[in-house]
Design a protein. Structure first.
Length: 375
């Protein structure tokens, strides 16, 4: 080989390497890994509400007292919340709160790593706490906006592929039920209203490419420390409403699966009430000495509506408590519940658990007749 040829050959190799570097490391080629997109209430909120004025917040001591660094991040827990446990077990990047990336120039890159839209206080209905949270409609609205910008940047097919390989996590309805408690609404009718309102939102996500759903039901809202302050015991009427909702939610997922026209829809439905009942029945052997009084708060059961206010001294033995504040579980109890969602079986998690959901290969080619489906 002559000297000139060698120079050309070297030149080609350099060009090749530079191009490979650009394609593999600086474009979007490398960031398309499964991610997690979360919607719903404080059970999953990782700091969305920190970006809202007023409202329900968990960004002060003693929230986060057991979080790494003792940091109050906005999670409604003494430590990690349900979203953290799911992220860890599924093995995806920890998604950022939607409002922390929504106006950033690198929004699309961030979007592809997963986003947490969940907002403490939110419900299925627009009328549930609209003053101090992002309602589900607003969460989905912002999601759709981000999807549109992502489609503009990387194309509809790649955007679809990203949603397809990712996880959609939803926990919503609990706050609608708490708000309706004691107002005399018919549990079945109210549950039906919630489900018919929720359905198009889930269809919207499916149409964009969401194929793997983790659905967490309402909890036993009637047994929360806040609910107990009324009579001392659980509010059976509220629990009845929560159970009616959960039953219809499980059916809704079955229906959505059977109606899936553009490729299979897979889901794990986790029944939080059944999970709570199972663990509560075993609470002594699990080391929970306190199953009804919250660790942090004031009043009977530490359940007063004021919640666990700034600077309130929490209990020392947080690992022994089921409830952290008037409406949220402790980190430890949450961890056990999420383990049940991940590894458990019917009647706690159906038709497959989250571990099985992660093992699925989603075969669902890009539906060419369904471009830009958010509009
Ligand atoms: C983004 O910026 C626009 C205009 O500056 C503003 O109206 C909007 O509230 C911002 N959105 C968020 C989520 O911060
Ligand atoms: C709920 O609010 C959204 C906007 O956030 C709106 O588009 C929708 O029509 C509302 N739904 C109802 C039932 O009022
Ligand atoms: C509420 O929590 C505190 C710890 O911060 C505890 O000392 C108190 O006994 C609890 N209240 C009730 C009613 O148990």
């Amino acid at each position: 080989m002559g000297k000139k040829m060698m120079t050309i050959s070297l030149y080609c190799q350099v060009v090749y390497l530079v191009m490979c570097y650009l394609l593999c490391f600086s474009g979007f080629g490398h960031s398309l890994e499964p991610a997690m997109y979360l919607f719903g209430s404080s059970v999953l909120d990782m700091g969305t509400n920190n970006y809202l004025t007023g409202g329900a917040k968990g960004n002060y001591y003693p929230y986060g007292i057991d979080y790494p660094g003792g940091e109050a991040t906005g999670r409604f827990s003494n430590g990690k919340n349900a979203a953290d446990f799911l992220v860890e077990m599924v093995g995806v990047p920890s998604p950022k709160p939607s409002l922390s990336i929504s106006n950033k120039s690198d929004m699309v890159e961030e979007f592809l790593k997963g986003v947490n839209f969940a907002s403490g206080g939110s419900g299925v209905l627009n009328t549930t706490n609209p003053a101090y949270c992002m309602t589900l409609s607003q969460q989905i609205g912002l999601f759709n906006e981000m999807v549109e910008k992502t489609i503009d940047k990387i194309g509809p097919m790649e955007t679809y592929e990203q949603m397809k390989r990712s996880y959609i996590v939803v926990n919503i309805g609990n706050n609608d039920i708490s708000i309706a408690a004691g107002t005399g609404v018919d549990p079945e009718e109210y549950a039906s209203l919630l489900i018919t309102t929720l359905k198009p939102h889930l269809q919207n996500i499916y149409n964009i490419g969401g194929r793997r759903f983790v659905i967490i039901s309402s909890g036993a809202q009637g047994c929360l420390p806040r609910a107990r302050t009324a009579t001392g015991g659980c509010s059976e009427e509220t629990n009845k409403m929560a159970k009616a909702y959960n039953t219809k939610l499980a059916s809704l997922m079955k229906t959505l699966q059977s109606e899936a026209n553009f490729g299979p829809l897979y889901y794990s439905y986790f029944d939080l009430i059944a999970g709570h009942e199972l663990l509560n029945a075993k609470r002594e052997s699990l080391g929970f000495t306190e199953g009804v009084v919250a660790c942090c708060g004031t009043g009977a059961f530490n359940g007063s509506a004021y919640r666990c206010g700034p600077g309130t001294v929490p209990c020392d033995n947080r690992a022994n408590h089921i409830y952290w504040d008037n409406v949220h579980y402790t980190e430890r109890f949450t961890g056990l519940l999420m383990k049940l969602a991940f590894y458990g079986s019917s009647p706690y998690v159906e038709p497959i658990n989250v571990n099985e959901l992660t093992a699925l290969t989603v075969l669902s080619p890009y539906p060419t007749d369904q471009v830009k489906s958010t509009k």
